[in-house]
Design a binder for this molecule. Sequence first.
Ligand code: NAP
Length: 246
Amino acid sequence: MKLLADKVALVTGGSQGLGEAHVRKLHEDGAKVIITDVLVDNGEKLAKELGDNATFVKLDVTDPDAWDAAIEHGENTFGPIDILVNNAGIDIMKPFIEFTGADLQKLLDVNLFGNFYGMQKILPSMKKAGGGSIVNISSLEGLRGTAGNSIYNASKFAATGLTKAVAQEYAEYNIRVNSVHPGAIQTPGVEADDIKDTVQNYIQNIPMKRIGKPEEVAKMVAFLASDNSSYSTGAEFIVDGGIMAT
Ligand code: NAP
């Protein structure tokens, strides 16, 4: 029997990049997957490719009403949701002094409020169902500070705090909440022109001397989604080629 047979998973930002890899891995491991994203065409194409055990619904994670609609669609299609992967995230890089309040608000809306709404909306049904696993995709930048990345650092650290506190509150209900902290991973997000130089510099400092593959992060997500990680909650799981060990 497959690792995630009979499980239902919702992935945010699932149309491309890391989110797409999580969707593919969870699906391969037997889960029925609700793909969500603001990027509609890619998401619908992916759901079609994966067939009966996948569905797409548009979800802007900053919109609480859209969460209600996406969860309703997912539950009507596949039944109660066992796994939530809060993957959608954005970054803006520039010197600290140049950031505006609007920049910070934009990042917090997606990287922090997205996780906040997602967990608040899914927890009642997970509690009723007797358990679940929430995986919040953070970053190495949720564990340390990096010049030029200050407000992303702030948003990811804040999300890590949320992960740990919610894990404490819901441990008794058999609901686990963990965070995954990837290093640089080959996705459209790291191919943006404005961060190409930063990524090249980054590689020099990675003990494995390479950027990670989305599938390498997705394997960690599937592990945390599954009962194989049954005694882990409120914890940080690093997927970074060794950089945080330096
Ligand atoms: P990506 O390639 O940019 O994909 C993110 C997806 O989320 C895109 O489809 C994006 O749509 C969507 N999205 C953006 N805002 C959204 C919103 N408000 N609601 C719903 N979906 C939204 O990003 P990625 O590199 O795969 O990153 C995924 C996650 O991993 C993020 O949380 C990121 O912080 C984290 N991470 C990534 C890396 C890396 O190296 N790639 C490293 C560490 C952590 P649009 O493109 O239309 O905006």
